[in-house]
Structure formats: structure tokens, C-alpha cells
Write a protein that binds this ligand. Structure first.
Ligand SMILES: Nc1ncnc2c1ncn2[C@@H]1O[C@H](COP(=O)(O)OP(=O)(O)OP(=O)(O)O)[C@@H](O)[C@H]1O
Ligand SMILES: [Mg+2]
Length: 352
């Protein structure tokens, strides 16, 4: 028995030597790839530019994002992931294939095993879609891991201990709030509200209050530069360029950070409410742990100025933003790749 096991392990290590196993955070806004033994090797926007009316891919990632909203009639830039899940199956597959090829330029002897993070609330059908895409894009084996668990591992929380840990991951399409203990999710809530809704809220605000039509990229820029969830020490102004809805001409208006905070309030409130619901549903023993351990925030949305402070005020708990909130989930998938013990414990049951 012992010998057999050693042989199996040797075979496993041998195969690992030639295959480039990867962890993927397939996000609504950004896709990150972690290669075993190397770390994060790719971080690009989840955007694909295609020839209109066809599925001909013209550009993927960074290059495609630059085209977003600025494409001539014959080209469309698509974000194939929406609300954290696959909205366009074929395009997602092309995107995955492109990214995988890009990180595997050197070694292609054995097809890779892949660990892909998915929102904790997704349906069986949605899971299937992610797996199928990965297989068709060239995976040998696919494992799915729930994003909050990957995030918690990524930021280094002691998830295997019998202790409550709370993670809030605010992405582009979703916000996931989870309480984790003993390597499992005790309670989680996934709302389809994230950075994208914040951008939409800014677009709506400019339309309603200034008759100004702005694009997604401009809205995101405003949010990142002057957006906030809590009064700033110094409120600032920003010049916003767009198209006047009445005259149809380009127009420039000045907006201040207090107005943008007001614009962002509805999505921010939803995140606060979901956090409170999660806390209400948490078993008392674990709630007690949270008083000391607090909440860890990650995901790009956690960078919204003052959001940590507001959540701290509203919940009365200490809140920390992860050191590198944008890579937490990808790093977590990477740690799972490096340590097979995690994989057995936390990968979602596979039905393939
Ligand atoms: N400094 C910032 N302030 C506010 N929002 C930010 C900042 N930096 C990034 N974001 C937002 O974070 C979001 C992207 O975060 P992230 O990369 O974690 O999402 P994702 O993992 O692709 O999405 P999901 O997990 O929902 O699939 C975008 O909406 C982006 O605008
Ligand atoms: Mg994410």
C-alpha cells in the first residue's frame, strides 16, 4: 500500500513537472491567472472585441478594453461575464483560451489542471457553464472553488480553525459576504451588486442632474478618483466630459465629491444591508469571534474611499481592507494549487 502510494505520488509529481497547473479568478471586470510555482502571471480586463454579427475575436483583454465604447460600427467590445457569471458562453471560452495560451507560451506538454473561483451563490447550470468553458479551452481537469473561501485563503485567514472569519469581496458584478469556519462557509450572501452598479449609479446621476450622457469608462474613472462612501477629509471637484442630452454636443461640467457620494449611496446601502443580514444569521459563537477578528474586505470595490469606515460604523466591528484586494481571490486559487490538502477540503463537488 505504502509503496503504491509513493508510486502514485511520484507519477503525480512527474506529471506536475510538465503541466502548468493554473488557478483562475474569472471575474466580471478582471481575469487573473496564477501559475503554480510562479505566482500571478496574468491580470487583464475580462473584455473581448469581436466583429459585429460574428464571433470573430479581434482582441482580448487590455487591448479590447481600450476599444470599449470607442469602437467603429463594425467592431463590438463585449464583457462576456456579467454579475459574476458567464453571460456569453462562446465568447467566455474564446477569452479563456486566449488567456491560457498566453500564460502557457512556453510549456504545453500536458494540458493544465485548473482551479477556477466562482461566486458562492451560483446555480448548478452556471457552474456547469464555467466547467465546460474551461474544458473546451483546454483544461485536463477542472475544480471549482467558492470565491469567498479563495479570498479568505488568499488574504491568509486561518480558515481551517474552528473560528469565525468574515470576508466581504466587492467585485465588478457581485458582492459576496461570507462567514467561514473550519474551511467551510457557515453563512454567505451573494448580491449581484458591485462596482458596475456604482458606475451605473454615476451615469444615472449625471443624466438626471446635468443632462449629461457619459460612458462606462468615464463613470468608473469618476468613481475611482473622487467617489466615496464616507465624508472625505477634503472634498474635491472633478471635471466631467460627456454629451449634452439636449443639444447633442460635447459638454464639460464640474461635479464635486459630495454629489458623487450621494450618487453612489444606493449600491453602497445594499452592500451594508447584505452585510447586516449576514451578521444576523451568523451563529452566536461565531459572532463573538467577529468582535475580535473583525471583517476583511477585498475585491476592487473595497477600494472605494471610506467604505471600510462606513461598514465599521454600521456594524460596530473592526474592518480591514486586504493588502492587495484585487489579487486576493487569484492568490487563494494559487495557494489551493500549491497545497493539495486544500483542494480536497474545499473544492465544490464536481458532477462531471
Ligand atoms: N480605487 C477604486 N475605487 C473604487 N472602485 C474601484 C477601485 N479600483 C477598482 N475598483 C472597482 O472594482 C471593480 C473590479 O473589482 P474586481 O477586479 O475585484 O472584480 P471582479 O473580480 O472582476 O468581479 P466579480 O468578482 O464580481 O466577478 C470594478 O468595478 C472597479 O471599478
Ligand atoms: Mg472577484
Amino acid at each position: 500500500m505504502g509503496r503504491l502510494k509513493t508510486m502514485q505520488e511520484a507519477a503525480f509529481n512527474f506529471i506536475s513537472l510538465f503541466s502548468n497547473d493554473i488557478g483562475i479568478d474569472l471575474g466580471t471586470a478582471t481575469t487573473l491567472v496564477y501559475a503554480r510555482g510562479e505566482g500571478i502571471v496574468l491580470c487583464e480586463p475580462s473584455v473581448v472585441a469581436i466583429q459585429k454579427g460574428t464571433n470573430n475575436v479581434l482582441a482580448v483583454g487590455q487591448e479590447a478594453k481600450r476599444m470599449l465604447g470607442k469602437t467603429p460600427g463594425s467592431i463590438v467590445a463585449i464583457r462576456p461575464m456579467k454579475d459574476g457569471v458567464i453571460a456569453d458562453f462562446e465568447i467566455t471560452e474564446s477569452m479563456l483560451r486566449y488567456f491560457i495560451k498566453k500564460v502557457q507560451a512556453k510549456r504545453v506538454l500536458v494540458r493544465p489542471r485548473m482551479i477556477i473561483s466562482v461566486p458562492s451563490g451560483i446555480t448548478e447550470v452556471e457552474r456547469r457553464a464555467v466547467k465546460d468553458s474551461a474544458y473546451r479551452a483546454g483544461a485536463r481537469e477542472v475544480f471549482l472553488v467558492e470565491e469567498p473561501i479563495a479570498a479568505a485563503i488568499g488574504v491568509g485567514l486561518p480558515i481551517e480553525e474552528p473560528q469565525g472569519n468574515m470576508v466581504i469581496d466587492i467585485g465588478g458584478g457581485t458582492t459576496e459576504i461570507a462567514v467561514i469556519s473550519l474551511a467551510g462557509i457557515v453563512f454567505s450572501r451573494c448580491i449581484r451588486i458591485g462596482g458596475d452598479e456604482m458606475d451605473d449609479a454615476v451615469i444615472e446621476y449625471m443624466k438626471k442632474n446635468y443632462n449629461l450622457m457619459i460612458g462606462e469608462r468615464t463613470a468608473e474613472e469618476i468613481k475611482m478618483k473622487v467617489g466615496s462612501a464616507y465624508p472625505l477629509e477634503e472634498e474635491t471637484d472633478i471635471e466631467v466630459k460627456g454629451r449634452d442630452l439636449i443639444t447633442g454636443l460635447p459638454k464639460l461640467v464640474k461635479v464635486n465629491s459630495e454629489e458623487i457620494r450621494q450618487a453612489l449611496d444606493p449600491p453602497v446601502r445594499e452592500i451594508i444591508e447584505a452585510t447586516k443580514v449576514t451578521l444576523e444569521r451568523t451563529p452566536p459563537e461565531l459572532s463573538a469571534d467577529l468582535i475580535e477578528r473583525g471583517i476583511v474586505m477585498c475585491g476592487g470595490g473595497s477600494l472605494l474611499k471610506g467604505l471600510d469606515k462606513l461598514i465599521g460604523d454600521e456594524t460596530g466591528l473592526p474592518v480591514i481592507v486586504a493588502d492587495d484586494p484585487l489579487t486576493a481571490v487569484a492568490l487563494g486559487t494559487g495557494k489551493v494549487l500549491e497545497e493539495i490538502k486544500y483542494l480536497k477540503k474545499i473544492s465544490l463537488a464536481s458532477s462531471s
